[in-house]
Design a protein around this ligand. Structure first.
Ligand code: C2E
Ligand code: MG
Ligand code: MG
Ligand code: MG
Length: 276
């Protein structure tokens, strides 16, 4: 990203950068409208128990269709929202909306006892004072068993201040809310986090799953992650399962759960309710 103070200088070097900067400025402005304009939606991707192929959860994934700039991918707008701080309002919306739908399914008696909904939380949200209280208040108000909710956080959420993250995630775990490390194996992943962080689940990043059957070393890494996670009492989820071959290997290695296009892409709330 090019800092705003260089905008004029960089602009002289070509129209490409200018356009990119204009686009970013437009996106920043448009982002302010996302929550008040009702432009956000959640889609839901099923999570499957690999041994039984049973539906045992879902991950809520955010979609933004802006009135002014059109549909924008989360990979693009979430980092921007973290920069601008809009992620706090957006994150609150995700918690409210996710728990509202979960409660509807729960009250309608559609959920298996072990079904949990995973909600993604950005590092900036986790670091915000009042985050834990906000989650626990919503859980209490919903009347749902806390174990129905899982918080997914990436390593960037705790590398800044491991002690603080420990305390916050520990408070969620103590209340019975699930805590999952997302995209495990990328970035600064360290198995020692499993020792120091109170997590209940670990999600193996899609980039490793993709290499299963191609790269023997990646497969060994996946195997090691699964063994160590289990030793620490964490369950393991593989993301991005696209083929039966990947599924077979993951099952053989003892991976507990999976999600991916092989089972289902993320679907609308109506479609997900039909799957339940
Ligand atoms: P993530 O949490 O790791 O989510 C998994 C991403 O992989 C999703 O992309 C999902 O649609 C995609 N995916 C699932 N199965 C497959 C598969 O079999 N093959 C392939 N190629 N892709 C698959 P999506 O929805 O575009 O989200 C991208 C990222 O944006 C998420 O990665 C997450 O980091 C972030 N994100 C999404 N929703 C939220 C949210 O509500 N809050 C926050 N803070 N971040 C979110
Ligand atoms: Mg996730
Ligand atoms: Mg992930
Ligand atoms: Mg990912």
């Amino acid at each position: 990203a090019i800092p705003a103070r260089f905008a004029g200088v960089v602009g002289r070097y070509g129209p490409g950068l200018d356009e990119a900067l204009v686009r970013r400025r437009q996106l920043r402005q448009a982002l302010k409208q996302a929550v008040p304009g009702g432009e956000l939606a959640l889609v839901f991707q099923p999570k499957i128990d690999l041994a039984s192929r049973r539906l045992i959860g879902a991950e809520a994934l955010l979609r933004w269709h802006s009135a002014s700039v059109g549909a924008v991918r989360p990979d693009l707008f979430i980092p921007l929202a973290e920069e601008t701080g809009d992620i706090l309002a957006i994150g609150d919306w995700v918690l409210d909306e996710g728990i509202r739908h979960l409660r509807g399914w729960h009250d309608a008696g559609r959920l298996a006892d072990d079904f949990a909904l995973a909600l993604n939380v950005s590092s900036r949200q986790l670091q915000h004072d009042g985050f834990v209280e906000g989650v626990l208040r919503r859980v209490a108000e919903s009347g749902l068993p806390p174990a129905r909710i899982k918080i997914e956080v990436t390593e960037s959420g705790f590398i800044h201040d491991l002690k603080e993250a420990q305390a916050r995630l520990g408070a969620l775990r103590a209340a019975g809310v699930g805590v999952s490390i997302d995209d495990f194996g990328t970035g600064y992943s360290s198995l020692s986090y499993l020792k120091s962080l109170p997590v209940s689940e670990l999600k193996i990043d899609r980039s490793f799953v993709r290499e299963i059957g191609h790269d023997a070393d990646d497969q060994k890494l996946v195997e090691t992650i699964i063994v160590i996670a289990h030793l620490f009492g964490c369950s393991v989820v593989a993301e991005g399962i696209e083929t039966e071959a990947q599924l077979e290997v993951l099952r053989r290695l003892g991976c507990d759960e999976g999600q991916g296009y092989l089972f289902s892409p993320p679907v609308s709330v109506d479609e997900f309710a039909r799957m339940l």
